[in-house]
Design a protein around this ligand. Structure first.
Ligand code: ZN
Length: 316
């Protein structure tokens, strides 16, 4: 197999103050081609990598990545690299969570495996050929096709440089996460500060959510010195515990929650009825906190997430 394309190769194709765009072959089986943009500033500086489309139906984040790729490179001091649809098979079929090749959730595979199936190989390529060469990394997401979500940012717990990036991004909630397999965890293992920013959901891409991600990325670029100007601080709420409740059944899901609403421990959040109509699961909040996202479709399967609650250090 020829050498897989990587970040330095893409950037080398752009002269100072220029943008270079290409469809790049992925070292996966089957191979796919993903869109890639390098924006080289007129003056040197840090390299920021932005990805979107790890989940193929999170459209506000994909649109935001394309807006970033359209920035004027001459305004940059450094390099911006954008991969707006990294999981192209998932994008093509509008997949929720997974992809049509191996069915795996790409955002559980980092740092990946070069000998694995499609998703772990793609994760390995992203980590080894792209994230490794960046000074900082933003992975843009949102609620999936079935999820309603209020904007938040995740970073690896204990990574202070990543926490500073997350605070600079400026979305309302900042979550310190210990989850393995996520893009920011793979980056943290390489010493590259990274955040995963989420806005939008339910297959929509309203301007409000697109701009929340574009403006957040712009603030991060100021924080890094890639763009001129002050990274104006915004008030953010630190979330110390992110509790995701899951379904024990296939059936119909009736959420009784509002996004961004405060819930108390024991408060009802919804119920699941089985395929014959019986109530089989009453879902209550195990902790006090804020509803950051919930599945908004009637259809639910065993093991699916239902509601994500963010709890602050003070217990709510
Ligand atoms: Zn996602």
């Amino acid at each position: 197999m020829p050498t897989a394309p990587d970040l330095p190769m893409l950037v080398a194709a752009a002269g100072p103050g220029e943008r270079h765009a290409a469809l790049l072959p992925t070292p996966t089986d089957p191979p796919t081609e993903v869109p890639a943009f390098a924006l080289r500033g007129a003056t040197p500086g840090p390299t920021l990598l932005v990805t979107a489309g790890v989940h193929g139906a999170e459209y506000a984040s994909i649109e935001a990545a394309y807006r970033l790729a359209a920035f004027d490179p001459t305004e940059l001091s450094g390099t911006l690299v954008v991969l707006p649809i990294v999981n192209r098979p998932a994008y093509r079929v509008r997949a929720i969570y997974g992809n049509p090749i191996d069915g795996k959730n790409l955002n559980r595979q980092f740092p990946g495996d070069p000998a694995g199936s499609f998703a772990p190989r793609l994760a390995h390529w992203l980590t080894d050929a792209w994230v490794r060469h960046a000074d900082a990394y933003l992975d843009l997401h949102g609620g999936d096709l079935n999820e309603a979500l209020t904007p938040f940012v995740l970073h690896a717990r204990g990574d202070e440089r990543a926490r500073a990036l997350a605070e600079a991004f400026g979305l309302p909630y900042v979550i310190a996460s210990s989850s393995a397999g996520h893009s920011y965890a793979g980056a943290a293992a390489l010493g590259v500060p990274a955040v995963l920013a989420e806005a939008g959901g339910q297959g929509l891409f309203p301007e409000r959510d697109v701009l929340a991600l574009v403006d957040g990325a712009r603030r991060v670029m100021r924080h890094l010195g890639l763009l001129a100007g002050e990274a104006t601080p915004r008030p953010t709420v630190p979330i110390e515990r992110f509790v995701v409740l899951t379904s024990d059944h296939e059936g119909r899901w009736y959420p009784r929650v509002r996004l961004d609403a405060r819930v108390e421990a024991g408060e009802p959040l919804g119920e699941i009825r089985d395929l014959l109509g019986e109530v089989v699961q009453r879902v209550t909040a195990p902790v006090a906190g804020t509803v950051l996202y919930h599945v908004a479709t009637l259809a639910i399967d065993r093991g699916d997430p239902l509601v994500g609650i963010g709890a602050t250090a003070t217990g709510g």
